[in-house]
Design a binder for this molecule. Sequence first.
Ligand code: CP
Length: 319
Amino acid sequence: MNNPQLNDKGELIHLLTLEGLPAEVIGRILDTAVPFVSVAERDVKKVPLLRGKTVFNLFFENSTRTRTTFEIAAKRLSADVINLNIGVSSTSKGETLLDTIDNLVAMNADMFVVRHGQSGAPHLIARHLSAAGQTGIHVINAGDGRHAHPTQGLLDLFTIRHYKHEFSRLTVAIVGDLLHSRVARSLIHGLTTLGTPEVRAIGPQTLLPAAIESLGVHVFHDMADGLRGADVIVMLRLQSERMKGALLPSAGEFFKHYGLTQDKLALAKPDAIVMHPGPMNRGVEIDSAVADGKHSVILPQVTFGIAVRMAVMSMLASS
Ligand code: CP
Protein backbone atom coordinates (compact mmCIF):
# COMPACT_ATOMS: atom_id res chain seq x y z
CA MET A 1 0.00 0.00 0.00
CA ASN A 2 1.17 3.54 -0.76
CA ASN A 3 2.66 5.13 2.39
CA PRO A 4 1.65 8.84 2.50
CA GLN A 5 4.77 9.59 4.56
CA LEU A 6 7.22 8.55 1.84
CA ASN A 7 7.80 9.70 -1.73
CA ASP A 8 8.48 7.27 -4.57
CA LYS A 9 12.21 7.33 -3.72
CA GLY A 10 11.40 6.19 -0.15
CA GLU A 11 12.28 9.61 1.32
CA LEU A 12 10.32 11.07 4.23
CA ILE A 13 7.87 13.76 3.08
CA HIS A 14 5.63 13.87 6.18
CA LEU A 15 5.99 12.33 9.64
CA LEU A 16 2.52 11.21 10.73
CA THR A 17 3.03 7.91 12.60
CA LEU A 18 5.68 5.27 13.28
CA GLU A 19 3.18 2.55 12.33
CA GLY A 20 4.30 1.15 8.99
CA LEU A 21 7.43 3.30 8.82
CA PRO A 22 10.23 0.99 7.60
CA ALA A 23 13.06 0.12 10.03
CA GLU A 24 15.52 1.57 7.54
CA VAL A 25 13.81 5.00 7.68
CA ILE A 26 13.60 4.96 11.49
CA GLY A 27 17.30 4.00 11.63
CA ARG A 28 18.17 6.84 9.24
CA ILE A 29 16.35 9.38 11.47
CA LEU A 30 18.15 8.11 14.60
CA ASP A 31 21.52 8.20 12.83
CA THR A 32 20.85 11.70 11.48
CA ALA A 33 20.05 12.88 15.03
CA VAL A 34 23.43 11.80 16.46
CA PRO A 35 25.50 14.80 15.25
CA PHE A 36 22.64 17.16 16.21
CA VAL A 37 23.12 16.28 19.90
CA SER A 38 26.06 18.69 19.95
CA VAL A 39 23.73 21.42 18.63
CA ALA A 40 21.07 20.46 21.21
CA GLU A 41 23.74 20.73 23.91
CA ARG A 42 24.95 24.10 22.50
CA ASP A 43 28.49 22.95 21.65
CA VAL A 44 27.57 24.01 18.11
CA LYS A 45 25.28 27.07 17.99
CA LYS A 46 23.40 26.77 14.69
CA VAL A 47 23.40 25.02 11.32
CA PRO A 48 21.96 26.52 8.11
CA LEU A 49 19.94 23.51 6.85
CA LEU A 50 16.53 25.26 7.04
CA ARG A 51 17.69 28.79 6.18
CA GLY A 52 14.92 30.57 4.25
CA LYS A 53 12.24 28.06 5.37
CA THR A 54 9.21 28.94 7.47
CA VAL A 55 7.95 26.49 10.10
CA PHE A 56 4.50 26.96 11.65
CA ASN A 57 3.91 25.46 15.11
CA LEU A 58 0.16 24.75 15.36
CA PHE A 59 -0.62 23.49 18.85
CA PHE A 60 -4.35 23.02 19.42
CA GLU A 61 -3.54 21.24 22.74
CA ASN A 62 -1.24 22.23 25.60
CA SER A 63 2.42 21.33 25.48
CA THR A 64 5.66 22.23 27.24
CA ARG A 65 8.31 19.84 25.88
CA THR A 66 7.16 19.16 22.32
CA ARG A 67 6.28 22.72 21.35
CA THR A 68 9.40 24.24 22.87
CA THR A 69 11.84 21.65 21.55
CA PHE A 70 10.34 21.92 18.05
CA GLU A 71 10.84 25.69 18.22
CA ILE A 72 14.42 25.32 19.45
CA ALA A 73 15.14 22.65 16.82
CA ALA A 74 13.78 24.78 13.97
CA LYS A 75 15.68 27.87 15.14
CA ARG A 76 18.95 25.95 15.45
CA LEU A 77 18.40 24.80 11.86
CA SER A 78 18.10 28.55 11.00
CA ALA A 79 14.39 28.42 10.04
CA ASP A 80 11.91 31.21 10.65
CA VAL A 81 9.47 29.89 13.27
CA ILE A 82 5.92 31.09 13.77
CA ASN A 83 4.04 29.88 16.85
CA LEU A 84 0.37 30.37 16.01
CA ASN A 85 -1.44 31.32 19.19
CA ILE A 86 -4.55 29.19 18.75
CA GLY A 87 -6.37 30.95 21.62
CA VAL A 88 -6.32 34.28 19.78
CA SER A 89 -6.42 32.88 16.21
CA SER A 90 -9.50 32.86 13.97
CA THR A 91 -10.12 29.21 14.98
CA SER A 92 -12.01 30.74 17.92
CA LYS A 93 -14.26 32.55 15.38
CA GLY A 94 -15.24 29.29 13.68
CA GLU A 95 -12.59 29.04 10.94
CA THR A 96 -12.05 25.40 9.95
CA LEU A 97 -8.69 23.68 10.35
CA LEU A 98 -8.25 23.39 6.58
CA ASP A 99 -9.15 27.06 5.97
CA THR A 100 -6.52 28.01 8.54
CA ILE A 101 -4.01 25.80 6.70
CA ASP A 102 -4.88 27.35 3.31
CA ASN A 103 -4.26 30.82 4.73
CA LEU A 104 -0.89 29.80 6.17
CA VAL A 105 0.03 28.20 2.83
CA ALA A 106 -0.76 31.58 1.25
CA MET A 107 1.86 33.00 3.65
CA ASN A 108 4.40 30.59 2.11
CA ALA A 109 4.62 27.99 4.88
CA ASP A 110 7.17 25.21 4.32
CA MET A 111 6.38 22.98 7.29
CA PHE A 112 3.52 22.48 9.74
CA VAL A 113 4.10 20.99 13.20
CA VAL A 114 0.63 19.98 14.39
CA ARG A 115 -0.70 18.90 17.77
CA HIS A 116 -4.44 18.27 17.83
CA GLY A 117 -6.93 16.57 20.12
CA GLN A 118 -8.54 14.74 17.19
CA SER A 119 -6.79 11.59 16.02
CA GLY A 120 -6.05 11.92 12.31
CA ALA A 121 -5.88 15.74 12.10
CA PRO A 122 -2.26 15.79 10.78
CA HIS A 123 -3.18 13.08 8.19
CA LEU A 124 -6.12 15.24 7.09
CA ILE A 125 -3.81 18.23 6.56
CA ALA A 126 -1.26 16.12 4.64
CA ARG A 127 -3.99 14.73 2.35
CA HIS A 128 -5.42 18.23 1.83
CA LEU A 129 -2.00 19.61 0.83
CA SER A 130 -1.41 16.71 -1.53
CA ALA A 131 -4.84 17.17 -3.18
CA ALA A 132 -4.02 20.89 -3.61
CA GLY A 133 -0.71 19.97 -5.32
CA GLN A 134 1.32 21.44 -2.44
CA THR A 135 3.81 18.59 -2.44
CA GLY A 136 6.69 20.73 -1.13
CA ILE A 137 4.98 21.46 2.21
CA HIS A 138 5.62 18.98 5.02
CA VAL A 139 3.47 17.96 8.00
CA ILE A 140 4.83 16.65 11.30
CA ASN A 141 2.46 15.09 13.79
CA ALA A 142 3.28 16.48 17.26
CA GLY A 143 0.60 14.30 18.90
CA ASP A 144 -2.96 13.59 17.69
CA GLY A 145 -5.59 12.39 20.16
CA ARG A 146 -4.78 8.91 21.43
CA HIS A 147 -3.36 7.92 18.06
CA ALA A 148 0.33 8.79 17.62
CA HIS A 149 3.22 10.94 18.82
CA PRO A 150 5.94 9.90 16.39
CA THR A 151 8.70 12.33 17.39
CA GLN A 152 8.23 11.32 21.05
CA GLY A 153 8.50 7.67 19.94
CA LEU A 154 11.68 8.52 18.02
CA LEU A 155 13.28 10.40 20.91
CA ASP A 156 12.42 7.48 23.19
CA LEU A 157 14.08 5.08 20.71
CA PHE A 158 17.08 7.41 20.46
CA THR A 159 17.39 7.48 24.27
CA ILE A 160 17.18 3.69 24.52
CA ARG A 161 19.79 3.24 21.78
CA HIS A 162 22.05 5.84 23.43
CA TYR A 163 22.11 3.99 26.76
CA LYS A 164 21.62 0.37 25.63
CA HIS A 165 23.31 0.54 22.18
CA GLU A 166 20.95 -1.85 20.36
CA PHE A 167 17.43 -3.30 20.54
CA SER A 168 17.82 -6.99 19.75
CA ARG A 169 18.35 -8.23 23.32
CA LEU A 170 16.22 -5.79 25.29
CA THR A 171 13.24 -6.15 27.59
CA VAL A 172 11.24 -2.91 27.65
CA ALA A 173 8.43 -2.45 30.19
CA ILE A 174 5.82 0.28 29.53
CA VAL A 175 3.74 0.98 32.64
CA GLY A 176 0.45 2.72 33.38
CA ASP A 177 -2.24 4.30 31.25
CA LEU A 178 -1.56 2.76 27.86
CA LEU A 179 -5.23 3.06 26.89
CA HIS A 180 -5.07 6.82 26.36
CA SER A 181 -1.40 7.02 25.40
CA ARG A 182 -0.28 8.04 21.90
CA VAL A 183 3.28 7.95 23.31
CA ALA A 184 2.95 4.25 24.14
CA ARG A 185 1.46 3.37 20.74
CA SER A 186 4.26 5.14 18.85
CA LEU A 187 6.96 3.62 21.04
CA ILE A 188 5.53 0.10 20.67
CA HIS A 189 5.46 0.43 16.86
CA GLY A 190 9.04 1.71 16.87
CA LEU A 191 10.36 -0.97 19.23
CA THR A 192 8.73 -3.87 17.39
CA THR A 193 9.85 -2.52 13.98
CA LEU A 194 13.44 -2.36 15.26
CA GLY A 195 13.28 -5.96 16.51
CA THR A 196 12.95 -5.59 20.29
CA PRO A 197 12.22 -9.15 21.44
CA GLU A 198 10.29 -8.40 24.65
CA VAL A 199 7.96 -5.41 24.99
CA ARG A 200 5.73 -5.53 28.06
CA ALA A 201 2.55 -3.57 28.74
CA ILE A 202 1.90 -3.29 32.49
CA GLY A 203 -1.30 -1.86 33.94
CA PRO A 204 -4.79 -2.60 35.18
CA GLN A 205 -7.23 -4.10 32.66
CA THR A 206 -9.14 -0.80 32.56
CA LEU A 207 -6.08 1.13 31.33
CA LEU A 208 -4.87 -1.27 28.63
CA PRO A 209 -6.35 -1.17 25.10
CA ALA A 210 -8.38 -4.23 24.06
CA ALA A 211 -6.29 -6.62 21.93
CA ILE A 212 -3.06 -4.78 22.74
CA GLU A 213 -1.28 -8.14 22.31
CA SER A 214 -1.89 -7.79 18.56
CA LEU A 215 0.77 -5.01 18.60
CA GLY A 216 3.33 -7.63 19.67
CA VAL A 217 3.46 -6.91 23.42
CA HIS A 218 3.07 -9.13 26.48
CA VAL A 219 0.50 -8.00 29.03
CA PHE A 220 1.13 -7.97 32.79
CA HIS A 221 -1.37 -6.84 35.42
CA ASP A 222 1.09 -7.44 38.25
CA MET A 223 3.81 -4.79 38.18
CA ALA A 224 6.41 -6.88 40.00
CA ASP A 225 6.07 -9.68 37.42
CA GLY A 226 6.29 -7.20 34.55
CA LEU A 227 9.36 -5.37 35.84
CA ARG A 228 11.42 -8.46 36.60
CA GLY A 229 14.58 -8.41 34.42
CA ALA A 230 13.62 -5.25 32.49
CA ASP A 231 16.37 -3.20 30.81
CA VAL A 232 14.17 -0.18 30.23
CA ILE A 233 11.14 1.06 32.18
CA VAL A 234 8.87 3.66 30.57
CA MET A 235 6.40 5.24 32.98
CA LEU A 236 3.24 6.91 31.66
CA ARG A 237 1.02 9.60 33.11
CA LEU A 238 -2.63 8.94 33.99
CA GLN A 239 -4.33 10.94 31.22
CA SER A 240 -7.39 12.00 33.19
CA GLU A 241 -8.31 14.59 30.53
CA ARG A 242 -9.04 11.71 28.12
CA MET A 243 -10.77 9.39 30.59
CA LYS A 244 -14.49 8.83 30.31
CA GLY A 245 -15.88 7.63 33.64
CA ALA A 246 -13.98 6.25 36.62
CA LEU A 247 -11.35 3.77 35.43
CA LEU A 248 -9.52 3.69 38.78
CA PRO A 249 -10.52 3.61 42.46
CA SER A 250 -8.13 6.54 43.23
CA ALA A 251 -4.70 7.98 42.38
CA GLY A 252 -3.44 6.65 45.73
CA GLU A 253 -4.62 3.13 44.93
CA PHE A 254 -2.98 3.40 41.47
CA PHE A 255 0.35 4.45 43.01
CA LYS A 256 0.20 1.51 45.43
CA HIS A 257 -0.10 -1.02 42.60
CA TYR A 258 1.54 0.70 39.60
CA GLY A 259 3.65 3.59 40.95
CA LEU A 260 7.39 3.14 40.40
CA THR A 261 9.22 3.11 43.75
CA GLN A 262 12.81 2.16 44.60
CA ASP A 263 11.58 -1.26 45.83
CA LYS A 264 9.85 -2.04 42.54
CA LEU A 265 12.76 -0.67 40.49
CA ALA A 266 15.06 -3.15 42.27
CA LEU A 267 13.23 -5.97 40.41
CA ALA A 268 14.55 -4.71 37.06
CA LYS A 269 18.15 -5.23 35.87
CA PRO A 270 20.76 -3.39 38.00
CA ASP A 271 21.59 -1.09 35.06
CA ALA A 272 17.96 -0.47 34.03
CA ILE A 273 17.05 3.02 32.83
CA VAL A 274 13.84 4.81 33.81
CA MET A 275 12.08 6.98 31.23
CA HIS A 276 8.99 9.21 31.25
CA PRO A 277 7.71 11.34 28.36
CA GLY A 278 6.39 14.04 30.75
CA PRO A 279 4.49 15.76 32.10
CA MET A 280 5.26 13.71 35.21
CA ASN A 281 2.94 13.36 38.20
CA ARG A 282 5.14 12.64 41.22
CA GLY A 283 3.50 10.38 43.75
CA VAL A 284 0.94 9.14 41.18
CA GLU A 285 2.92 7.08 38.64
CA ILE A 286 6.46 7.68 39.92
CA ASP A 287 8.11 8.34 43.26
CA SER A 288 10.39 11.40 43.43
CA ALA A 289 13.30 9.26 44.63
CA VAL A 290 13.12 7.32 41.33
CA ALA A 291 12.35 10.32 39.09
CA ASP A 292 15.44 12.11 40.44
CA GLY A 293 17.52 8.97 41.03
CA LYS A 294 20.55 7.56 39.23
CA HIS A 295 18.53 5.30 36.89
CA SER A 296 16.44 8.20 35.59
CA VAL A 297 17.13 9.48 32.05
CA ILE A 298 14.01 11.65 31.96
CA LEU A 299 15.81 14.97 31.39
CA PRO A 300 18.28 13.60 28.79
CA GLN A 301 15.16 12.46 26.88
CA VAL A 302 14.16 16.13 26.56
CA THR A 303 17.58 17.18 25.22
CA PHE A 304 17.62 14.27 22.76
CA GLY A 305 14.16 15.46 21.65
CA ILE A 306 15.77 18.59 20.18
CA ALA A 307 18.29 16.50 18.19
CA VAL A 308 15.63 14.08 16.92
CA ARG A 309 13.32 16.92 15.86
CA MET A 310 16.23 18.61 14.06
CA ALA A 311 16.85 15.31 12.26
CA VAL A 312 13.22 14.93 11.17
CA MET A 313 12.93 18.53 9.93
CA SER A 314 16.24 18.44 8.07
CA MET A 315 15.30 15.15 6.36
CA LEU A 316 11.90 16.54 5.35
CA ALA A 317 13.46 19.71 3.98
CA SER A 318 15.90 17.75 1.85
CA SER A 319 13.33 15.32 0.39
N1 CP B 1 5.90 14.44 26.02
C1 CP B 1 5.09 15.43 25.63
O1 CP B 1 4.41 15.36 24.61
O2 CP B 1 5.07 16.50 26.48
P1 CP B 1 4.29 17.87 26.20
O3 CP B 1 2.82 17.56 26.29
O4 CP B 1 4.76 18.84 27.25
O5 CP B 1 4.64 18.31 24.81
